[in-house]
Ligand binder design. Structure first.
Ligand code: SF4
Ligand code: SF4
Length: 428
């Protein structure tokens, strides 16, 4: 690796990895280390590999790339680290260098190019989603599964993780403003998300209803786009910067109390636009933008959520999305909301340990991701909950696959979706 300055980090890479004192206190917090037991797949081991490559003592070859690719970027190591190592910035910077200097196999390059270009462009995304929906609804999916074709192509697991495409994409709601119910307490811009707009459009609508119910006027900026989180995690910083600049421009408006998202992964990236554009002329507006971003759970609890008329008759447990717990340090807000929804909230063991979703990790590192998911589902099953709540759409897809594989009798729901249901209930 060279010492070319990387746009997504505020500090040079050598300053970042020098804060690591190699104590090893992060090792047991790391899901890949716990599964594989290899130092090279631990935070400390990865930092060392980055450092050796950076100083020219180790070649940036397939072995190093494999160990860095296996990192979930879950940031559990940041929470565990007593030295304040900013591991997220280290791995993102290292991945940017891999992207510039390492040539992946042709198929991987084509798949990456197609996926990242598609999510960055809502028209392309809509076209691809319609094709996927046709596959899912026309009987082709049933045929592909029953014929054994997917197994033959070794795509069975990957295919089962694809989101179910909804009928009514959220794109038609772009540009609309939804009025507050009752006394207006705040005015926010809502980030719809890319995959969420085609596979979780109803969740987006539920989020808007919950905000309205809490006296919030919700504006859905028309020219918004993907937040760039998946691009940042893949090391595609230039592409992520383009998306960030467009979102900042799209949401430039006075009198906004917050920019709200219901996806933890998007929220972390939006809150880090200041870092992403640290060397850019737009850095001041990026910092202002980032300071205004709130996860919807965090926003509602800060606002003071209105009580639902009735609670749900269900035992609920909660999986912390890594990017909410470790990336944004938001842990208590979703739990507070869930306690408004049910009197039977139970904590699961290791709730803030990654489920193995991690953006496209569950596709790119399918076997390891499923191994991590299996460990997670053992903790989930121990709660005997009827509902497994979380606060990130990627985690929902992964956990639904875990529930199906484990044949558990359990729904996987977003916290805000549950709150929406509770608000819709009438007192008996
Ligand atoms: S990252 Fe932090 S916890 Fe892990 S070895 Fe380095 S200093 Fe210790
Ligand atoms: S980000 Fe997660 S997977 Fe990566 S080294 Fe840290 S704890 Fe391990």
């Amino acid at each position: 690796m060279t010492t070319t300055p990387q746009p997504a980090v505020a500090h040079p890479l050598d300053q970042l990895y020098r804060t690591c004192v190699h104590c090893g206190l992060c090792l047991q917090a790391c899901p890949t280390y716990r599964e594989l037991g290899l130092e090279m797949d631990s935070p400390r081991g990865r930092i060392r590999q980055v450092m050796l490559v950076e100083t020219g003592k180790l070649e940036l070859g397939p072995t190093v790339v494999e160990h860095l690719d296996r990192c979930l970027a879950c940031r559990a190591c940041e929470t565990a680290c007593p030295s304040g190592v900013q591991y997220g910035q280290i791995i993102e910077s290292a991945r940017a260098q891999i992207e510039q200097q390492y040539r992946r196999p042709l198929l991987a390059r084509l798949a990456r190019r197609f996926s990242y270009a598609t999510i960055a462009d809502f028209s392309k995304l809509a076209r691809t989603a319609r094709l996927l929906r046709f596959y899912q609804r026309s009987g082709l999916q049933r045929l592909a599964r029953a014929s054994g074709l997917l197994r033959l192509l070794r795509l069975e697991n990957t295919e089962s993780l694809a989101p179910r495409i909804e009928d009514d994409f959220f794109f038609r709601d772009l540009g609309k403003t939804f009025p507050a119910e009752g006394e207006k307490r705040a005015r926010v811009a809502f980030l719809a998300g890319c995959i969420a707009s085609v596979a979780f459009a109803e969740l987006n609508r539920a989020t808007i209803r919950v905000l309205q119910r809490n006296g919030v006027e919700v504006w859905v900026p028309e020219s918004q786009n993907c937040c760039g989180a998946l691009h940042v995690h893949a090391g595609l910083h230039r592409e992520a910067q383009v998306l960030a600049r467009r979102n900042i421009e799209a949401m430039r408006r006075d009198n906004l109390d917050a920019i709200v998202t219901n996806a933890a992964g998007c929220g972390t990236t939006l809150k880090e636009y200041g870092l992403l554009l640290a060397d850019d002329p737009a850095r001041n507006s990026a910092q202002q933008f980032a300071a205004t971003v709130r996860d919807v759970n965090e926003f509602l609890v800060q606002l003071g959520p209105r009580r639902p008329p009735c609670k749900l008759n269900a035992r609920i447990t909660y999986q912390d999305p890594c990017h909410l717990a470790h990336g944004q340090r938001v842990r208590s807000a979703p739990r507070e909301l869930l306690r408004l929804v049910s009197d039977d909230f139970v904590e699961m063991p290791h709730a803030d340990s990654c489920c193995g979703s991690a953006g496209v990790y569950n596709i790119a590192q399918n076997q390891l991701s499923l191994q991590i998911l299996k460990t997670k589902m053992n903790d989930v099953a121990a709660t005997h909950a009827n509902i497994l709540a979380t606060a990130n759409v990627g985690c929902m897809l992964q956990l639904r696959a875990g529930v199906a594989q484990g044949k558990l009798n359990m729904q996987v729901r977003h916290v805000i979706d549950l709150l929406d249901e509770a608000y819709g209930k009438t007192q008996a």
